[in-house]
Design a protein around this ligand. Sequence first.
Ligand code: AMP
Length: 314
Amino acid sequence: MPVHKTTFNRLGLTDRIVQTLKEQNYAFPTPIQEQAIPLLIKRNDLLGIAQTGTGKTAAFGLPILHHLSLEEKRPVAKSTRALILAPTRELAVQIGESLKVYGRDIPLRHTVIFGGVGQNSQVTSMRRGVDILVATPGRLLDLFNQKHIRFDFVNYFVLDEADRMLDMGFIHDVQKITSLLPTERQTLLFSATMPPGVIRLANKILHNPREVSVAPTATPVKTVEQKVIFIDREKKRSCLSKILQKSTFDRVIIFTRTKHKAGKLAEQLTKSGIKSESLHGDKSQSARQKALGLFKSGKVTVLVATDIASRGID
Ligand code: AMP
């Protein structure tokens, strides 16, 4: 993260949140945080043009925690005070994990719901209501239609990765959800890119938004050394095995273009003694979580993923 002069103290967040950030060793706000947090504390709607990796989760999460903790309201059954929509389960889970860290000293309830798994525990966690709900659109609407969730107490609404949301065909779900929310609310839309569909959606759901934009972090951090190897296709795999065997990598992520190749390569690497797991859209939710868990805990060193499946992985 680039070093900035402004400190979290000066962005207007509560002392408690600033203290938590200090304990997390967040020395300085990232550019998106520096720009967005003061605007959000002043309750502006926001159009944020930023990718994952820029610190955008804290940029929207911290002001929400700030407002909710000062309001001292209790959640109402089946409802939420803040709703964060994310396009994928992985991103939703990751946002939930970040909120847990940022809000660990604040007595607020939050939960994450997504499709591809049984709904019972999600229904149970919504029964008493929550302060913050992170959700993927499809399952959220399902639970709404079954009357397990109500939207009439939503004061804060975040649409994360709006471009991705549209790519994945969620536009109708998102429009439906938006139409169910109270009109009196603060709305934030984040997107890495601004195709016409996102602009139209932003115009529809944001009210006098302020705009903040940060350079894409596709520009890798300086500590990442990059190399290109030109090689015949048939030698690619043996070359990769050699690199992996020779070096002492902690964690390696390999990207493939297709789901099939991801699975096959992980299998081949494992056979050659390099413990690998694959992550792609054809795997069930539990298989994906298992693969990620093994990778995170270090039981598996190599993760082979399609770029789609790996979006939102920290
Ligand atoms: P995000 O773009 O929200 O996915 O955040 C990317 C990563 O940056 C996460 O691992 C965060 O924990 C981390 N991060 C966010 N804000 C800061 C900050 N101000 N200082 C240091 N790390 C941060």
